[in-house]
Ligand binder design. Structure first.
Ligand SMILES: [Ca+2]
Ligand SMILES: [Ca+2]
Length: 196
C-alpha cells in the first residue's frame, strides 16, 4: 500500500511541476500540440511579449505566461494588457480590439514664469485625442502629427487659457510623458507626468 501512495505522490509532483514549468518549455509542447496530423496549425493562438520578444502561442499557454509576468495581447489589436518591452502602450481593454479606452497621467508643470500647476492628462490609448486639465482651464487635444514616440497636438481650450497653443507629448520607456504646451509669445508650460 505504501508503494502505491509513493507512486501516486510522484505522479502528482511530476504533474504539478509540468503545469508550472517554464513557458519556453510549454511553448515547445504547444507548438507540437498545435499541429494536426496533416501539419495544419490551429487558429487559436495569441501574441505574448516574452522576454522582450513577441511570440505567437496557443491560448492554452496563456496561464503559464501570465504566471511568469508576460504581457498578453488577447484581442489581437497589437496592444498588450500590461506594461511590457514589446510595445509602447498598454491596451486599456484587451478583450475588445475596437475599444482601447484611455489612460491618465498627472504631475506638475512649470511655466515660463516659474509658476507650478497640477496637470491631469487623459488620453486615448492610441494617443489620437485627449484632454488636459490645467487647474484653471481644460484643453482638448487633437493629433496633428506623430514621429516615433513624439505626438504633436493642436489644442482648443475653455475660458482661462491662451488658445491655439501646440501641445507635444513624448512617451518615455518608463511610461511617463514629457508634456510641453507651447503658446508662442505667451510662453510655454512643461513637465514630466508619470502614469496614474
Ligand atoms: Ca490587445
Ligand atoms: Ca484592445
Amino acid at each position: 500500500m505504501k508503494n502505491y501512495v509513493l507512486v501516486l505522490l510522484c505522479v502528482l509532483l511530476a504533474f504539478a511541476c509540468e503545469k508550472e514549468g517554464d513557458p519556453d518549455q510549454i511553448n515547445e509542447k504547444q507548438q507540437l500540440q498545435q499541429k494536426d496530423p496533416n501539419g495544419t496549425e490551429k487558429a487559436s493562438k495569441v501574441d505574448v511579449c516574452h522576454k522582450g520578444h513577441i511570440i505567437n502561442v496557443s491560448v492554452n499557454a496563456i496561464r503559464a505566461h501570465r504566471t511568469h509576468g508576460d504581457a498578453i495581447d488577447l484581442d489581437g489589436d497589437g496592444y498588450f494588457d500590461k506594461e511590457n518591452t514589446c510595445s509602447s502602450f498598454i491596451d486599456c481593454d484587451d478583450n475588445n480590439p475596437d475599444v482601447q479606452g484611455t489612460r491618465d497621467w498627472a504631475g506638475e508643470g512649470i511655466d515660463t514664469s516659474g509658476n507650478v500647476y497640477n496637470l491631469t492628462l487623459n488620453m486615448a490609448c492610441d494617443f489620437s485625442v485627449g484632454t488636459v486639465d490645467y487647474e484653471y482651464c481644460i484643453g482638448s487635444l487633437t493629433l496633428v502629427s506623430q514621429v516615433g514616440n513624439v505626438y504633436t497636438y493642436s489644442e482648443t481650450v475653455t475660458a482661462g487659457c491662451v488658445n491655439n497653443c501646440t501641445v507635444t507629448l513624448e512617451v518615455l520607456g518608463n511610461g511617463s510623458l514629457n508634456f510641453t504646451e507651447d503658446c508662442g509669445g505667451a510662453g510655454t508650460l512643461s513637465g514630466n507626468l508619470p502614469p496614474i
